[in-house]
Ligand binder design. Sequence first.
Ligand SMILES: Cc1cc2nc3c(=O)[nH]c(=O)nc-3n(C[C@H](O)[C@H](O)[C@H](O)COP(=O)(O)OP(=O)(O)OC[C@H]3O[C@@H](n4cnc5c(N)ncnc54)[C@H](O)[C@@H]3O)c2cc1C
Length: 422
Amino acid sequence: MKADALIIGGGLIGITSAHRLAKRGCSVVLVEANEDVGLGANFANGAMLVPSQTMPWNSPGILPTLLRSIVTQNSALRIKPKAIPSLFKWGLQFLKNSKPHLHELHTRRLLELSLFSMDVFEEYYNGYADQFAAKKCGTIKIYRDQPSLEAQIRSNRHLSEVGLDWEALTPDQTVEAEPHLQALAPQLAGGIRFSADVVADSRKFCQILRDDLVASGQIIHVSCQANELLMSGDRVIGARTTIGNIRAKNTILALGANTRKLVAKDARSILVRPVKGYSVTYDTTGVNDLPSHPVIDEGRHVGIVPINGKLRAVGIAEFAGHDDTLSPKIIRQLDRLTKSVYPNLAQTLDGCKREPWTGFRPMSADGLPYIGETSSKGLWVNTGHGHLGWTLATGSAELLADLIMGKPTPLDASSYAVTRSH
Ligand SMILES: Cc1cc2nc3c(=O)[nH]c(=O)nc-3n(C[C@H](O)[C@H](O)[C@H](O)COP(=O)(O)OP(=O)(O)OC[C@H]3O[C@@H](n4cnc5c(N)ncnc54)[C@H](O)[C@@H]3O)c2cc1C
């Protein structure tokens, strides 16, 4: 029997899309190339749901930073020369979208989608918080110089109109909020607390949704790769996969940084490139006194997050194509950055086992995800969530489900359409 929906890709976005569709009574089949769901870009990500971070990365004035990053070795932003040819069209659009008015518009749209996502997420929080280590602890951003702090406060004032919840902190208040920052106090210009942000384990979240889908009779094929779309006239009717043809009324591509590989016809409109990120998880099991809040050091582009009784440092944006090599040099850089935020913990962290990891953020050129139908009938996408896939997953999946069901959407879906102008 033909399923209502075939979802290709069992990362955070694919599995959440499957779950929201199944909740509306659709029959779904999900195929995932890896041996399980949730092993892609979310596996050891920053674990933060952060409406506070909804600024696209192409902030005004990004060009000199990009050019410097081609030659600088220790930058948090790196470009491998061999990746440059694949970035031409994407890069031009990335720069075009760094114009102040576009950057502000896209920040607002991301914030709207992230606030909607937090509403949808509430259902999962209420149902399963303990099972995926979800905590409403907020995040703290720290600033080491006054101009950066003031620029962020100015930007936050504009975003308050959309619903961003924030509070500026003096250096003393910052240390009061996270006492482990005491050693850094003399270097702090101040901080900002975002109380509505949440920390949660996205890998466990994927497993919960997987089990829920299977228990309700939906089908998940792991170690199953989709190789080609099946067409009937101009309509997509499923996919040819490594276990045979699977037909469905609707086919949804949620392949993260790989989405373009299956959308030949729309490849020119779907501008998504992999931006490699790194994390190091310190196994702090048994260490009693640890930070209790995620802290983001804005100037050094590193986040340090307590998750599942461990401490995880996350950062780095590297354009390296699909090369998933773990660079020991970058891992050391992340380790140094962590200790620069928590010099008091340096010795403790040196004694901990570390799990380094790298993953690809599926980054669109304008910073917004693609959610909606493509120019091929019956073919939908949900991708391009960049550094915000965990924050935006539930709202994006809900929006997609509304579109597929032909229901009115709670947000203006045209902002995220494949056909939007870049
Ligand atoms: C270092 C790092 C830190 C991050 N921190 C945060 C954070 O703190 N907060 C936040 O909101 N976001 C964060 N993100 C972003 C977030 O994790 C991603 O946006 C999100 O995981 C993307 O999910 P996805 O499902 O689109 O992609 P993926 O996870 O890449 O999933 C795509 C899936 O498709 C499968 N696939 C590919 N091709 C095929 C095929 N042909 N057939 C079948 N299956 C296929 C892949 O195996 C994969 O499982 C971070 C990302 C990184 C890398």
